[in-house]
Design a protein around this ligand. Structure first.
Ligand SMILES: *Cc1c(COP(=O)(O)O)cnc(C)c1O
Length: 374
């Protein structure tokens, strides 16, 4: 008997991507060639942003932005514990202090009502995250940032292509970020980008990603301490083709999500991902949440049973404040009860553009029958 294996995610690569990469390889210009500005221009056109700065990961893009904003020791940046670790890690890497705000139980993003209490004289920026690709509430958070004269930096790494209240996610803040790891909506293998309308910010980031070189100055002239966060032309060529296909991807992702929802929405033991009104969602992952009667142990047992059946699953997201290095900073269970309650009971199911209906049916069948056993 051949065992069925269904991966948690997977990229959608065609001959067009392969040909584009091969063309760069044959050109001899593997980095800082024409594909970098072409990719950045395509992202600007797609998002409607004035400037974009492509780098080697979404994490690098967030980190560079903090550095370019002059955020460092003694400064506070407010974000949420219900996110991927990078959102909080970059604040610590910059030497600043992350200040966490619990999530809204419906939106699953930073609760605007809890935010204002966390703003101090040391606060420099607010970093809303589109958890699980959902931008719900980002407009309110950016408004609060603005009214206090603070930067808003929008971690939209999971939400490229989602349109909320008529605006592309990633375009609400002073700067927005997208990630291109292979499980994101589009991939460059590894990569990320910052978008902004702030010219000075973009120019600082361009210099910082390339060893602090001054624009127009020589290769070995550096006017500040920088990094090497460059994205190669090979990656950019892949990104150009992927971005050109984003509407096709969005349609495919919606179809996969619709199929899951058909199978799972009737079961009262499950809560499906919330989507706000006036949101054209470019699905990132398909995450279900077990009802309050289940424990974290139940969820973990369910994940083991799914894995043993060859089904890729993930516990998106474990609460950031309960990660070992955050506990060492003094955080503990009970600090952010909504985040804890949600993250104890979520499970991400296999999700990618080309997931066949028969696989979705198999995954849902297993999920529901394992739930009966808990
Ligand atoms: C993926 C992701 C990032 C950063 O992505 P990398 O490209 O892997 O560095 C940042 N924030 C969130 C919420 C993400 O999901």
């Amino acid at each position: 008997m051949t065992e069925r294996r269904i991966g948690l995610s997977g990229p959608d690569i065609t001959d067009a991507e392969i040909d584009a990469v091969v063309e760069v390889m044959r050109s001899g210009r593997l980095s800082l060639g024409p594909k970098l500005p072409e990719f950045e221009q395509a992202v600007c056109e797609y998002t409607g942003s004035k400037y974009s700065v492509a780098v080697n990961s979404g994490t690098s893009a967030l980190f560079l932005c903090l550095k370019a904003m002059g955020i460092g020791p003694g400064d506070e940046v407010i974000t949420t514990p219900f996110t991927f670790i990078a959102s909080v890690g970059v604040i610590l890497q910059a030497g600043a202090t992350p200040v966490l705000v619990d999530i809204d139980p419906q939106q699953l993003n930073m609760a605007p009502s809890l935010l204002e209490n966390k703003i101090t004289s040391a606060t420099k920026a607010i970093e809303p995250v589109h958890a699980l690709g959902n931008p719900w509430g980002v407009d309110d958070v950016c408004e609060i940032a603005k009214s206090h004269g603070l930067y808003s930096i929008e971690d939209s790494c999971e939400a490229l292509g989602t349109v909320y209240k008529g605006k592309k996610s990633g375009c609400f803040g002073d700067a927005g970020f997208y990630g291109f790891y292979p499980n994101k909506q589009i991939t460059t293998g590894e990569g990320g980008i910052m978008v902004t309308d702030d010219r000075a910010l973009a120019e600082s980031c361009i210099s910082l990603r390339n060893q602090g070189r001054a624009p127009g100055a020589g290769w070995l002239s550096h006017d500040r301490v920088g990094y090497n966060f460059r994205l190669s032309d090979i990656n950019c060529a892949l990104g150009i083709v992927q971005l050109a296909r984003i509407e096709e991807f969005k349609t495919k992702r919606k179809a996969v999500a619709r199929k899951y929802t058909e199978f799972l929405s009737v079961d009262e033991r499950l809560t499906l991902q919330p989507i706000p009104d006036d949101c054209d969602f470019n699905w990132f992952v398909y995450v279900v949440r077990l009802s309050e009667s289940f424990s974290a142990e139940d969820r973990d047992q369910l994940m083991s049973m799914m894995s043993e059946s060859g089904i890729g699953v993930g516990n998106y997201f474990p609460a950031v404040h309960l990660q070992p290095f955050m506990r060492k900073l003094g955080y503990k269970r009970g600090d952010f009860p909504v985040t804890e309650s949600v993250s104890d009971r979520t499970i991400a199911l296999p999700f990618h553009n080309n997931l066949p209906d028969s696989d979705i049916e198999f995954v849902c069948g297993k999920l529901l029958s394992f739930l009966d056993r808990l």
